[in-house]
Design a protein around this ligand. Structure first.
Ligand code: ADP
Length: 432
């Protein structure tokens, strides 16, 4: 296509040549008149085109683009081409958006996008149903005005979203939603809600079953254990040749009793949805108690040391923490061969309070580390049994720590030893 500037130049040149020719063949006045009327016509075409463009811009529909004349014909053709391309892109974008909406609405989980100030930007139909929202009326409203649950609000503002949050539906007492929040790069948040009512029911049934069975087994086992103990202690009641059987029976009943106690503890912690009873804990006393327990358990077989920050305390449930931290200490003693070293420490690390137990015992192969907190997961079954383990200790530890928003960190190398650390968040730390 020829540049419009060239077109204008050719027109003026042609008009000048024609006017010059008229001047030479007829008269100067006619030539001047021809030149002036040519220029006027040209100006009229320009102004008329501009007028058509202005009118079209008021309501720019592709089917109404003017045809134009001369220079304007090229300009309007270019606009038409551009608009067609734009329309194609728009319809492609619309189709993609529609596809996205169809897929998002087909997902059984609810999806909500929150802006930086936690206002609803967008949500799917399932989120509307599960959370009682309506995108049409609730767009740009803070989600905390609509999901009015104080624990959910605390979870949202806390900013720690590693663990999902269980939300009891205020409109339906039986329904339970699992809420996950994923921070997006744009500082927005993606909230995912999932209806876990059925899963929770099954889980509650499983917990109740385990708790009931454990509870029912406790009494007969206590009776059997008691009789075995009485008979063992009774002079002449057990013939010498079968005494070893009695010792074995006593060991096994003790193991079963320990197992039942651990199962009951675990199901009690699991079914306890209430937050722990938070009280300030004098940690130096608790850690020193752990140190003394470790020494008693080790019975002089290990070198045990302790390092406590006396200024560092914690809020939490003391009985739960005593059980969790005690478990880490007893594991270190049980899995460290005689002559080994165990170091217990309670220190501040990057604003977080850390209780750690380091040993130079048997250590754990890397592939087992992620699974240690699973119920009954044991690296070496016979070794665990030998040391009186139930396979439930670390599972209990993990649950207790999660209830305190704390994390369990495990570092270990086979043959070199392990460090188990309970890391408590800044919000639970008390500095004297
Ligand atoms: P258990 O009652 O068998 O000790 P736990 O849940 O307390 O069960 O621990 C799970 C497994 O983790 C143990 O069987 C053991 O193999 C491993 N483990 C735990 N603590 C240590 C440790 N300090 N050193 C080496 N292995 C350990």
């Amino acid at each position: 296509m020829i540049d419009v500037r060239w077109k204008a130049f050719f027109f003026i040149c042609s008009l000048s040549i024609v006017s010059l020719f008229i001047w030479l063949t007829t008269s100067a006045i006619i030539a001047l008149l021809t030149f002036a009327s040519g220029l006027l016509a040209y100006l009229y075409i320009l102004v008329d085109g501009l007028h058509q463009l202005q009118s079209w811009l008021k309501k720019p529909a592709i089917e109404d683009i003017p045809v134009g004349f001369g220079l304007w014909e090229d300009a309007f053709n270019a606009i038409l081409k551009y608009e067609r391309k734009n329309n194609l892109k728009k319809s492609e974008l619309n189709a993609a958006l529609e596809r996205f909406n169809t897929v998002a609405n087909a997902i059984p989980d609810g999806l909500v996008i929150l802006n930086t100030t936690n206002e609803i930007e967008w949500c799917t139909a399932n989120a509307e149903i599960q959370l009682g929202l309506s995108l049409a009326t609730d767009k740009n409203l803070p989600i905390v005005n609509l999901v009015r649950n104080s624990n959910f609000i605390a979870y949202l503002y806390n900013g720690i979203y590693e663990e999902p949050f269980k939300l009891k539906d205020s409109r339906n007492a039986d329904a339970i939603l699992e809420i996950c929040i994923i921070p997006l790069v744009s500082k927005q948040k993606l909230l995912i809600s999932r209806d876990i009512t059925q899963l929770e029911k099954v889980d509650a049934m499983r917990r109740d079953f385990i708790a009931n069975v454990s509870h029912e087994l406790r009494t007969p086992l206590t009776v059997v254990g008691g009789f075995i103990e009485t008979l063992s202690d009774m002079e002449g009641a057990v013939p010498a040749n079968i005494r070893s059987y009695f010792d074995m029976m006593q060991d096994q009943t003790t193991r079963m009793r320990r197992l039942i106690e651990d199962l009951l503890t675990l199901s009690h912690i699991e079914s306890n949805t209430l937050p722990p009873e938070d009280r300030p804990i004098e940690m130096s006393a608790l850690v020193n108690m752990m140190y003394n327990d470790a020494k008693a358990l080790s019975n002089g077989k290990h070198k045990i040391s302790v390092n406590v920050d006396n200024q560092l305390n914690l809020t939490g449930a003391i009985d739960e923490l005593q059980s969790a931290l005690g478990n880490l200490v007893s594991n270190a003693v049980r899995y460290t061969p005689e002559g080994g070293e165990i170091h217990i420490s309670w220190q501040l690390r990057n604003k977080q309070a850390v209780f750690s137990v380091k040993d130079n015992g048997i250590g754990i192969e890397q592939q087992h580390i992620d699974r240690l907190t699973e119920r009954f997961y044991r690296v070496d079954r016979s070794r665990s049994r030998e040391t009186g383990g139930t396979g439930l200790g670390l599972s209990i530890v993990k649950h207790i720590l999660t209830r305190h928003q704390a994390k369990l960190e495990i570092k270990s190398m086979l043959g070199s030893g392990s460090t188990f650390s309970a890391i408590f968040p800044d919000s639970r730390v008390i500095k004297k």
